[in-house]
Design a binder for this molecule. Structure first.
Ligand SMILES: [Zn+2]
Length: 500
């Protein structure tokens, strides 16, 4: 997601009540009387009840049936294949915004209950450690946003799109809703006549039955739940070739095809530019999903980034800016989607890098000085840290603060850390590090410590102290090579000024 220059803020995200999730997981054993179903989590510092312990999801098979409008829920079947990592008397899934009709575990009916934002499943018999687990949930998926909270389905003028980051995939389908558990996805969408459905990955079949069509898509690489995308609309799918024959497909509202084409045709050159910086494009396809909706943000959903149409049709945005936002989302395919942060505190690894390539592209193709942007960021950095926490230790999202965890500190504030690192180790070592980071951790999840270790290895010296100060310090350290740069004093009112 880009931190926008536009006068919009990212969509609302609401923190939920923190439960002593990981502490409770030990209570599942023992006890003769069944303990009450409780929401669990994997211990994410920022979202304590996201994800669930005890299993590792291998694949999701999602089936949605779209009724042809957004006023009633979709009917859905979600099948999760997983491997248990401990003996489970109950299996918690994250799911919060639909009605569950039935649950089956390994083919047999199972009891279920709702606890907080978890769907707690009790199979007929406990599932042994290190065994396969197949859970099928028949449920609805509601396109209307829950009270006071956006995310999940995005209602467009002609259908639906999806925006699950950071904690909203489980508003759409039952899942282990945490980026530490990436999995393969097969997505099927049944639509009435006149609608087109597109999802992450490549097409894997299209079947007509009467007046409906079922569209199937499959990912060739593992994906985090927050990066799932399903577009349903009266759309046109435009195909073109990217570098070395990479298949590209864009999804646009049918009437807007001509006006959007000048932007869409820029993607192949942008991919080629990023491949020079980061190595081969990491996935089987790419494209832009342009939605007629008021999102106020763009989102790097895997292989198919979501853009708000107004970004391309509002004449006030200069073309260098629009292109830099396109490159921001595109660079996330390497950094964020293929190389995925393991916890939400590692979000700076996504947004710092995407902001870096957004700014570098603007410098190299439009003469917008990166150093000028970084100097401006330096002057604000202490304030950003006071407001949102240091880049690698962001403050938890607060109810009512629409910006959630997506604050300047993890965007330009974190790009500034990469600039400091480049100043410290020199351009050749920095560029080697970036390519190695994208290739070594392809399809995996990473932590801030992984980045610190790789940076030290590439530079041939211990950078842990340098990076700790830049990533975790309350104050911005001096900028190597620019002793004159100053960060403006923090205003006391700053902390309360949070929302843009
Ligand atoms: Zn971003």
């Amino acid at each position: 997601m880009p931190h926008s220059l536009r006068s919009v803020v990212p969509r609302a995200r609401r923190a939920r009540a923190a439960v002593l999730a990981s502490a409770l997981s030990g209570c599942l054993v023992a006890a003769s009387a069944p303990a009450p179903a409780v929401p669990l989590g994997v211990g994410d510092r920022l979202y304590p009840t996201l994800g669930n312990p005890g299993y590792d999801v291998r694949s999701y098979d999602l089936s949605f049936t779209y009724p042809g409008g957004n006023s009633e829920p979709l009917t859905a079947v979600t099948t999760i294949r997983a491997r248990t990592t401990e003996r489970l008397e109950r299996v918690n899934l994250d799911f919060a915004h639909g009605t569950v009709q039935s649950v089956a575990v390994n083919g047999a009916p199972a009891d279920f209950a709702i606890a907080g934002e978890d769907l707690v499943v009790t199979p007929a018999a406990p599932i042994p450690r290190r065994s396969t687990l197949r859970i099928t949930v028949r449920h609805t998926s509601d396109p209307a946003p829950p009270d006071g909270r956006d995310g999940g389905w995005v209602r467009t003028d002609d259908g639906l799109a999806m925006a699950n980051q950071a904690d909203a995939a489980h508003l759409v389908f039952p899942c282990n809703d945490h980026p530490s558990d990436k999995a393969m996805f097969t997505i099927r969408v049944t639509t009435p006549e006149g609608f087109t459905a597109v999802a992450n990955g490549l097409p894997a079949g299209r079947a007509r039955a009467g007046r409906t069509t079922t569209w199937t898509y499959r990912t060739a690489h593992p994906m985090a739940t927050e990066l799932a995308q399903v577009s349903i609309g009266r759309t046109t799918v435009l195909h073109r070739a990217g570098p070395h024959g990479l298949a590209l497909r864009d999804v646009v509202p049918a009437p807007d095809r001509a006006v959007l084409e000048p932007w869409l045709e820029k993607t192949p050159a942008q991919i080629a530019w990023l491949e020079k910086k980061l190595g081969p494009y990491p996935f089987e396809t790419y494209g832009m999903l342009i939605a007629t909706a008021q999102t106020g943000f763009e989102l790097e959903t895997q292989t198919l980034s979501l853009f708000e149409k107004a970004l391309f049709t509002e004449p006030a945005y200069p073309s260098w800016y629009v292109e830099s936002v396109m490159v921001h989302e595109l660079s996330h395919q390497w950094l964020g989607d293929s190389v995925t942060p393991r916890t939400w505190s590692d979000l700076w690894l996504n947004e710092g890098h995407a902001t870096w390539y957004e700014a570098l592209y603007a410098e190299e193709t439009a003469g917008r000085s990166l150093q000028t942007r970084m100097k401006a960021a330096y002057s604000l950095s202490d304030q950003w840290r006071a407001d949102g926490g240091p880049p690698a230790a962001p403050r938890a999202p607060k109810p009512g603060l629409k910006i959630g965890i997506f604050r300047p500190s993890v965007y330009d504030g974190a790009a500034l850390v990469l600039y400091a690192l480049r100043q410290q180790i020199g351009r050749p070592a920095f560029e080697r590090l970036e390519r190695l980071w994208a290739s070594r951790y392809r399809d995996r999840t990473v932590t801030t410590a992984d980045f610190e270790r790789l940076a030290s290895a590439v530079a041939g010296r211990d950078l842990s102290g340098f990076l700790r100060a830049w990533l975790h310090g309350e104050k911005t350290p001096p900028m190597p090579g620019h002793p004159d740069w100053k960060s403006s004093p923090v205003h006391a009112a700053g902390a309360a000024r949070q929302v843009g």
